[in-house]
Design a protein around this ligand. Structure first.
Ligand SMILES: C[S@@+](CC[C@H](N)C(=O)[O-])C[C@H]1O[C@@H](n2cnc3c(N)ncnc32)[C@H](O)[C@@H]1O
Length: 472
């Protein structure tokens, strides 16, 4: 039975990091997961949830700080969902990411003890690294503790910023953010003022009405291109034009302005896109290649670390000049093109049609003529007929979304059993699940040669991981 109750404030000695950026402490053996704490802290924590075998708590008072702590740069660090770990020293973040990958293998796979290399961290101070941010409008503003304590009155029916963790409706009205760039923070603040002065309504996430839904900003970190994508509920030509004129006047750095019409209930900023000025795409560079990116195409959010990630994948693939490479879940063709100079031929597969168009345009723009891109859902298109048409791969690189690979895709990989297989993933849990499945399905199985985490998302618990396997 729980030894603590909801609403209790308890004193805790924090033992270790847990999942999702939390830390773990115990009260008489009963586990308490604490948000905002760091191993080594002595704290008072407020219990807000109890279950039969664990409780969840929030840091209330820091009695003795751990030496793994550092001073956060941002005033919203304690409350914002953007960075859960700004208070954790960067070297400790990297260590924890390495441990998370090792634990995923230990707890969720039958692979023997796997040696996980130290996480490759960011060479530069780990701020302003994101090339894409999706800021949400909401008619329900979250007030921070500092705002409440100030005793001032705030408009609570308009916010533009990021969600607070675990709250689907309320948005923190961010006046500063150190994840993308100073320019991006200025655009957010000016857009908020512009819309509020004109009485434009923010989207009411609970009741599904209002005009303004998302402000998506994409930046080419190597090129200086900037895309502003205003996502609204329905069209209003006069407003969209006025906002375009405002961007042109106030932010000459913006190279393209796109509108997305999104009338559905989901919070995904998807819908019909209209280019209002500029080319409707931005360009960025990874390695020697320049990529065109459309509003809905996936592009690694940390351009500089993407280069490190692809170098790891390239080295793990151990290419021969005669190789045929399959790049599955290829997005805008970035891995395909990055690897194209080391192999005879690349075949990329991707579900999002505009991303495939980007991939083809990118190949052309970079003078790459040995890459072919196929559009479709891998579980449908990745069949024996596909392999017949394109030829058997010598080496396979996959980079699926967080959910991992469909089991039929794993089955098809097992049937093919390529000699060298590199799995890039932003979710070690599903990665390990897929590798375990693959190993069970492949006669003789695969051997794990190397496991390399790369930090693409400083100040968050997310980890990108690359695994190299060889057919036994
Ligand atoms: C993590 S991204 C990797 C993209 C690319 N490799 C890169 O480094 O930029 C995963 C990609 O898989 C695509 N995708 C997701 N599910 C898919 C499916 N079932 N079939 C094909 N592609 C899919 C997504 O659209 C996205 O572009």
């Amino acid at each position: 039975m729980p030894t603590v109750q909801r609403g209790d404030v308890v004193e805790l000695q924090v033992e270790k990091f847990a999942d999702e950026g939390k830390s773990l402490a115990r009260v008489d053996g009963y586990v308490v997961f604490v948000d905002g704490a760091v191993p080594g802290d002595r704290i008072q924590a407020y219990i807000h949830r109890t279950k039969s075998n664990y409780a969840e708590a929030k840091l209330d008072t820091l009695l003795e700080p751990s030496d793994l702590r550092t001073e956060p740069r941002c005033r919203y660090a304690d409350e914002c969902g953007g960075c859960k770990w700004q208070h954790v020293r960067y070297d400790a973040q990297l260590d924890k990411k390495q441990q998370s990958v090792a634990e995923a293998f230990r707890h969720h796979s039958d692979f023997e003890e796997v040696d996980v290399r130290p996480t490759i961290g960011s060479d530069r101070p780990p701020f302003y690294y994101r090339n894409k941010m999706d800021f949400d409008f909401s008619a329900d503003r979250w007030l921070t503790r500092a705002e409440i304590d100030s005793g001032k009155d705030f408009d609570t029916d308009f916010a533009l910023g990021l969600h607070v963790p675990g709250n689907f409706f309320k948005v923190l009205d961010l006046q500063e953010c150190h994840l993308q760039s100073e320019l991006s923070a200025r655009i957010v603040n000016a857009t908020r003022d512009f819309a509020k002065e004109r009485g434009w309504k923010a989207w009411d996430i609970r009741n599904h009405h209002g005009f303004l839904r998302h402000l998506v900003i994409r930046e080419g970190k190597k090129t200086g291109d900037v895309m502003v994508n205003l996502v609204t509920n329905g069209y209003d030509d006069a407003r969209l034009e006025a906002y375009g004129a405002f961007l042109k006047a106030e932010f000459p750095e913006v190279t393209t302005y796109v509108h997305t019409n999104h009338t559905g209930k989901s919070q995904n900023p998807e819908g019909e896109e209209t280019v209002l000025f500029g080319p409707g795409v931005i360009e960025d560079e990874i390695g020697d290649y320049r990529f065109e990116i459309s509003p809905s195409a996936f592009f690694q959010t940390n351009t500089l670390q993407a280069e490190r990630l692809y170098e790891v994948a390239r080295d793990f693939a151990d290419f021969q000049p005669s190789d045929r490479l399959y790049d599955l879940y290829c997005g805008a063709g970035t891995i395909s093109l990055f690897m194209s100079g080391y192999v005879d031929e690349v075949v990329g597969v991707e579900m999002v049609e505009p991303a495939v168009e980007n991939a083809r345009a990118n190949a052309k723009k970079n003078g790459v003529d040995n890459a072919t891109f196929v559009a479709g859902d891998l579980k449908d298109v990745f069949t024996p007929a596909f392999v017949e048409a394109h030829g058997e791969p010598d080496v396979l690189i996959v980079d699926p979304p967080r959910a991992g690979m469909h089991k039929d895709v794993v089955g098809q990989i097992a049937d093919l059993s390529p000699e060298r297989f590199v799995y890039v993933s932003c979710n070690p849990q599903t990665q390990v699940r897929d590798l375990d499945r693959l190993n069970t399905l492949t006669s003789g199985g695969y051997r794990i040669d190397a496991v390399q985490p790369v930090d693409m998302f400083p100040h968050t618990p997310h980890v990108e991981n690359v695994v190299r396997l060889t057919r036994v």
